[in-house]
Design a protein. Structure first.
Length: 131
């Protein structure tokens, strides 16, 4: 079967009866198969685009989380340094003397307390003999 290509203006094609408007070489049985194939390809393309968009969004979210993690690590380092400065013994002593009016205890004001180990009885300290 040899098919000829005929190019007609649209008005002439619409004037033809519906039975002769069919495309040459395309049977009616093949149309549903071609439509199913077309929709399948379109569905695969849409699925590919959706997966790619999800990948891009996940990448953006991951980079945001990394940035936040780095900022938190930097803040943690800064706070550890600040805590070390605030707990420094010289600073604590300076504040205790200046603000709270504290002073080093006199030697005779220091008392030793003995703590008993489990299962032992604590003995009272020996009285100190003045020399």
């Amino acid at each position: 079967m040899v098919t000829e290509r005929i190019s007609l203006p649209l008005e002439d094609v619409l004037a033809l009866p519906p039975s002769s408007r069919r495309l040459p070489g395309v049977e009616r049985r093949a149309v549903p198969v071609l439509l199913a194939l077309l929709f399948g390809v379109m569905g695969a393309c849409l699925a590919h685009v959706w997966v790619r968009m999800q990948q891009i969004q996940t990448g953006y979210a991951l980079s945001q989380e990394r940035r936040e993690s780095q900022q938190l690590a930097q803040t943690h380092r800064r706070l550890r340094i600040e805590a070390a400065v605030l707990k420094h013994p010289a600073r604590v002593e300076r504040i205790a003397r200046a603000r709270l009016g504290m002073a080093a205890p006199e030697p005779d004001a220091i008392h030793t307390v003995r703590v008993a180990r489990p299962g032992q009885v604590a003995r009272p300290p020996r009285p100190e003999v003045p020399r």
